[in-house]
Each structure stands twice: as C-alpha cells, then as structure tokens.
Design a protein around this ligand. Structure first.
Ligand SMILES: [Zn+2]
Length: 334
C-alpha cells in the first residue's frame, strides 16, 4: 500500500480527485438536537494567548504518524460530507484501500487538508478534507452529512469523525486572517493558525452549550424543536453567551424557553457536539416554580413526562438520551 507522505502543515496543493467521483445530486442532512442558535461573531483576539496543550499534528511523533498510516480506517470529508462504505446494515468508515479506490490520497492527488485524530486509546487515524466540487461517490460508497452518518457509526468512529470534521473545517475556514485579511499558516508549536502579516493567532473555536434535564417530583421536563423528527422530545439546551457562567446560562435558558424557575443544579457530564463545534455540558436541576410557558421562537412544545410514559427520545449515543436514561434509572430506584 502506498504511504501518505505529506508532512502535516505543508502548503496545500490543489486536490485531485480520482475519476470515480461524479457530480452529485442533492443530499439532505437530518437535524439532531440542535441547541438554540445564536449569531456568533469571531471572538476578540487575546493579547497574550495562553499556550494550549493540543494534539496538534506538528507535535505528534513520527510514530504516531506512522500509526495513522497503518490505521484500519480513514476519515475523508468532501466538503462537509463524510465518505462511507455501504454495508448490508448501513455504512461504516472505509478502509485505506477502499478510500484509495475512490480518491488518490497519494502523490499529486493529495487532499488539501490532513489531520490525525484520536480514535481510541493509543490509536490515531488519518483524516482528510477536500473541497466539495459537486462530487458523487461511486457504487458501494456514500457521501453523507455527519448527522446522517451518526446513525450508522460506532461511538468511537463517530467521535473521531466529529473531531476530524471540526478540525478540518477550522483549517478550511481559517486560511485568511480575520483581522487583516492576510494568509494564515499553521503554527508548528500548537494547534493554531497564525497570520503571516500581523501575527494574530486563530484557534479552533468551541462553542459551549448547556443541556438540562429539569425534574419535578416523578416528572421530567422535555421539549421539542420544530427541527426534531416527529414525536421526539429532548432535554432543553442553549448556547452560553459571552460573559456568562454555565450556571447562569442554565437558569436563563430554562426561564426563556419554558418560563419555569429551577434550583438544585447539579453537573451531569459533557459531550462534544460537532454540529458544528459545540461542547454540550449536561446538568440535572429541580423545578422550583412556574408553569410551562413556551417561547415559540425556540421550541414548539414542552411537557412534563413520567418515566413510565416517555415520548420518542433522542439517539442513545447523545448526552440528551443519557440524561433521560439517568432520570428513568433514578425513578426506578425511588
Ligand atoms: Zn492578520
């Protein structure tokens, strides 16, 4: 098998796609638990940005790079669509050989963005990004948005694909400095793009969002967005605003969306949410006062549900589902 020789951070060359890719027809994405959207602008630059510990590719050892080239699967994004090998039961990440049957990853056909991402302990896999020139995969392959792939991939595969998507997209959208417009280059010391003219560092952005299960005695508060599949209800979520603590965000979001006040806020856990670059921070809270009063700009329905009478729920891999499963388990213990 040919070896990927490109050193990370080397100048991008024009992607050359194998002839087996064809112009595509329209493919749709399915929405999945989007937290409340807010218009967000580029954050202000830090005058002295703190050093970030990162798994930035230039800091990776040669062994890691070699490990990535020996990986048993590859992540390839064509624009925002992920290359998948069709199987009898759905799809999976393609092997290196399968990927090379679709696109020339070596020589002159090297894609324009290459990163390595952690798949599981001690195992990194390579991820590539090429621009979407209206391409369509050959027989036996699919190009799907991550929200669609979510339903087929294992948790480690989805997690790695989500990480790859964020890092590839960050590289793709930070080729130029947002302060002065000059070119950025990859910082060899940390995961940052640095402007060749003004020196501004641009880091991958992570947008924190809270997600909360509110409990009132034996009932949990669940709502649904118009974007959800029919019948599906989930825990409430929203993006953290500038200058706001996570706790303040939870209180504000719950009151804005459904009009109730909460108390006894407890941290539950967190989950990266690559749609496109969120970190979901989960909480459990108790209802304090107020009747449900829905903000119809955000959600279309919200209700109290008992553990033995739940609606359709989000995907088992989501933190929203973990919050509901935890509520059900606690109800069973009561
Ligand atoms: Zn600049």
């Amino acid at each position: 098998m040919p070896v990927v020789r490109r050193s990370p951070g080397s100048p991008a060359r024009a992607p050359q796609v194998g002839c087996v890719l064809r112009p595509r027809s329209a493919l749709g994405d399915l929405p999945l638990l989007p937290p409340k959207r807010r218009t967000r602008s580029e954050g202000p630059p830090l005058s002295s940005p703190p050093k970030r510990s990162s798994d930035h590719e230039d800091r990776r050892s040669a062994a890691s790079e070699q490990g990535a080239t020996r990986a048993d699967r590859i992540i390839l994004f064509v624009g925002s669509r992920l290359l998948l090998r069709v199987t009898e039961s759905g799809s999976r990440l393609p092997t290196p050989d399968e990927t090379r049957s679709v696109i020339d990853l070596d020589g002159d056909g090297i894609p324009d963005i290459f990163v390595t991402v952690r798949h599981r302990a001690g195992v990194d896999i390579p991820a590539y990004g090429i621009d979407d020139g209206g391409l369509e995969p050959p027989e036996g392959f699919r190009l799907d948005g991550l929200r669609v792939a979510f339903h087929d991939l294992s948790e480690p595969d989805f997690r790695a694909a989500g990480t790859a998507r964020q890092r590839v997209e960050w590289r793709r959208t930070h080729r130029f400095c947002s302060r002065c417009g000059a070119h950025n280059r990859l910082d060899p010391r940390q995961e940052a793009m640095v402007c060749v003219s003004c020196g501004q560092s641009h880091f991958p952005r992570v947008a924190p969002a809270v997600i909360v299960l509110v409990q009132r005695g034996p009932e949990a508060l669940l709502g649904r967005s118009p974007h959800f599949k029919p019948g599906v209800y989930s825990t409430l979520a929203g993006f953290v605003e500038a200058g706001e603590s996570l706790e303040e965000c939870v209180h504000r979001e719950i009151h804005e969306e459904v009009g109730v006040r909460i108390t006894n806020l407890r941290y539950f856990g967190s989950q990266p949410h690559p749609f496109p670059n969120s970190l979901m921070i989960g909480f459990v809270a108790d209802w304090l006062e107020g009747d449900i009063r829905i903000d119809r700009d955000e959600i279309e329905d919200a209700r109290w549900f008992r553990a033995d009478d739940l609606p359709a729920l989000p995907h088992p891999m989501s933190i929203a589902r973990a919050l509901v499963d935890d509520f059900v388990a606690r109800a069973g213990d009561a």
